[in-house]
Each structure stands twice: as C-alpha cells, then as structure tokens.
Design a protein around this ligand. Structure first.
Ligand SMILES: [Zn+2]
Length: 243
C-alpha cells in the first residue's frame, strides 16, 4: 500500500526521470572509468615500450662490444651444409662447452677438420669457437649463425670446443684460462649468466666434456670462475665508457 501511495504521489514520470538520471550517471562513471583505464594503459604501455627499447639498445651495444674479450683469431669456415649451414641463430640462451675427444690436436687442427667436411662429407659437426692447448682461440662460425655441435640446443646456443692433451680430457691451465675469459665475455655480450653455461652432457647425456662430467666439482668451479669473469668484463666495460 505504501509503495502504491508513493507512486501515486509522484507518478510514473518521476520514476522515469530518476531512472534516466541514474542511467546518465552510470554512463558518466563508465566513461570516466574507461578514460582513466585507457590513460593508465597508455602510461604503463609507454613505459614498458620505453623500457623495452632501452633494453634493446643496451643489448645491441653489448652485442657489438669487444671490450673484455680475450684475443682470438677469426677463421670462418666456408658456408657448407656439413659444418657451416649458414642458418641464422635467432636467439642465444646459453653456451655449451665441449671437448674434442682427440688428445693432442690443436685449435687449428680442429678448425681445419670442420672446414674439410665440406669436401669429405664425413659427418656434420662444427663449433663456434675452438680453444687450443696453448690457450689460443679460433672462431669458426659467426655468433649470428648456428653450428653443428649441441644437438637440440644448436638452435639457441653458442658452442666452444676445447682441446686437451690426454684421455682424461682435463684442460691445460692455458686452455682453462682462455675458456674462462672467452665464456665470461660471451656471457656479458649476450646477457647471460654463468647458469646459462652448460656441458654437452647436460643436453644429451654424452660424456662431453669428459673431465668435467667425471668431476662435477671441477665443473661447478668453472662456472664460479665464469661468474667472476663476467664481473671483470663489466668492470672493463665501465672503465672503457669512462675514458
Ligand atoms: Zn660435445
């Protein structure tokens, strides 16, 4: 009865007016909400895009940097389907360490072996870098292309082959030192950490690099040494920027 009286007193038009005002208010709130949300999204999106662009610029600068690199010879293989397929390496998510399993061979020997595969067709194998017994380093494949070294990880890693003097596969001090310097620099250059450095063994279970599969503690020490080397490279880059 009360409700009836209420309606009776103010009539249907009052209710309609009230509803219309309510509708307009809701529309305004919705509109304002949408505007605020859009502004927020643009701000966040803009910041994100800005941050992403800055990150990209820094990464590109890093990719171009040779500060902190150990000396190495660039002796690129000819493009051929057995050792340098010329396929772009789209992303670098890790570095895979190998041993040659050929005691006494030099970095040059191994590089020449890869090169010879274009004629011998013996197998498909290669590596981006080879580190020799004297600590010499030869680059065989540019870091922008894939190598045939690490099976399923060929598509997103760089590879380093290491020479060794005997069947144990232990690296000489010179090889070890050059490998730490090379790996540390590559980690810095491609924005990786020492945790992104893996053994061939970690990809396929192959006993490679032999000594560092047989001695996990030596492998952990190697990764720690790479971690320290990354910091050294960072310091060298900072010093170079300050010049
Ligand atoms: Zn291997």
């Amino acid at each position: 009865m009360r409700k009836q009286g209420y309606e009776g007193r103010y009539g249907k038009r009052y209710t309609e007016r009230k509803n219309r005002r309510k509708k307009v208010r809701i529309q305004r709130i919705t509109l304002l909400g949408t505007a605020v949300l859009t502004a927020c999204l643009i701000a966040v999106g803009g910041t994100r895009i800005g941050a992403a662009m800055e990150e990209r610029r820094l990464l590109e600068a890093r990719n171009e940097s040779f500060v902190g690199a150990p000396p190495f010879d660039v002796e690129l293989l000819d493009v051929n389907e057995y050792s340098r397929p010329g396929i772009p390496l789209e992303q670098i998510n890790g570095i895979v360490i190998h041993y040659t399993a050929n005691p006494g061979s030099t970095a040059q020997n191994n590089r020449d072996y890869f090169e010879g595969l274009k004629d011998s067709h013996e197998t498909k194998v290669s590596s981006h870098f080879v580190v020799g017994i004297e600590g010499e380093i030869v680059q065989c494949i540019p870091s922008s292309e894939i190598a045939y070294a690490s099976n399923s990880r060929n598509s997103d890693t760089l590879s380093i082959e290491c020479c060794h003097t005997d069947e144990t596969g232990e690296f000489t001090e010179a090889t070890y030192t050059s490998l730490v310097r090379l790996t540390g620099w590559l980690c810095y250059r491609f924005n990786l950490t020492s945790e992104d450095v893996i053994r061939h063994y970690d990809v396929t279970g192959k006993i490679c690099p032999k000594y560092y599969v047989a001695h996990p503690e030596a492998w952990e020490q190697f990764k720690a040494d790479v971690g320290e080397q990354i910091k050294v490279v960072e310091q060298e880059v900072l010093a170079a920027e300050g010049e």
